[in-house]
Design a protein around this ligand. Sequence first.
Ligand SMILES: Nc1ncnc2c1ncn2[C@@H]1O[C@H](COP(=O)(O)OP(=O)(O)OP(=O)(O)O)[C@@H](O)[C@H]1O
Length: 329
Amino acid sequence: MTAPLLKVEDLRVTFRLKSEGDMPWTKPKRLHAVGGVNFELKQGETLGIVGESGCGKSTLARALIRMVQAQGSVVWMGQEELLGLSKRQMMKYRSEIQMVFQDPLASLNPRKTVGEIIAEPLRTHNPSLSKKEIVAEVKAMMEKVSLLPNQINRYPHEFSGGQCQRIGIARALIVRPKMIICDEPVSALDVSIQAQVINLLMDLQKEMGLSLVFIAHDLSVVKHISNRVMVLYLGKVMEIADRDDLYDNPRHPYTQALISAVPIPEPKIERNKETILLEGDLPSPLAPPSGCVFRTRCPKATDLCAQEIPSLEQGTEGSSHKVACHFSD
Ligand SMILES: Nc1ncnc2c1ncn2[C@@H]1O[C@H](COP(=O)(O)OP(=O)(O)OP(=O)(O)O)[C@@H](O)[C@H]1O
């Protein structure tokens, strides 16, 4: 069996916060943004990551490419432990793992032309390329993402939101990565444009054999693009399963609530299950609940849930459907 492209074990990110009013001798508060996440990603696969705002999706993504400091282990292609590498050593892998960000315009330098923006990673990773070669590569990549190559000298503000996201995708793909992390890549775009960008990503994935980590809070979008889906809550994995398994048979009460709230596109089709309303807000990650972090909003919680952290377990032997709940369905 081939090794997974990416293997993440017990990944943890803790931010140390010091508020301005604190006396010098007070201890900084610790915010556990990601608390012991495990998953694997195969070549050509798309893993969707969902969860409410503040549950740690972006921090997890940033930890994978060392934009934030993390503990645990991130093994790349069965060989390299990325968290142990120096910034310099990490450069080699930065061309293999690229990121597409949420706000397309804000993620592009307004003072650079589109050509310069797309070329930047190429110049960094292939300094021996001539100017002519770079321009040819950039124009070819612009065509691949359905941008007009003759617009190479224009500036980001001259493009629409959807076009800016295509520029962001071209910049990520120009160095031929093996994996792309997309952090809410379409949530800032109009609904009509979202589908175009998602379909573009799916076409490019097929053509280039890419693996995707796709972060979003819109469960319909994640369902469309993902092979597997991971549900995060307060920095912990609640459930992970193949896409259809998760959407047709959610086992964690949190996943059940999220899926029950997904709007049905065809109004004539009646929903056969009630929408489950979650009470209360996401607890502060500065003071997470004891035991199961979801228990304060969970309709099934008992004393056990306050005392014991449920481990992420498979329902049946060999199943890839895992759930962290003492009372899962
Ligand atoms: N640099 C930082 N310093 C301190 N706390 C941070 C930092 N970055 C994120 N956090 C906190 O970590 C937690 C997780 O944030 P994160 O942005 O990863 O969540 P998210 O699920 O991506 O949310 P959203 O969907 O709103 O982007 C939040 O409580 C956030 O306030």
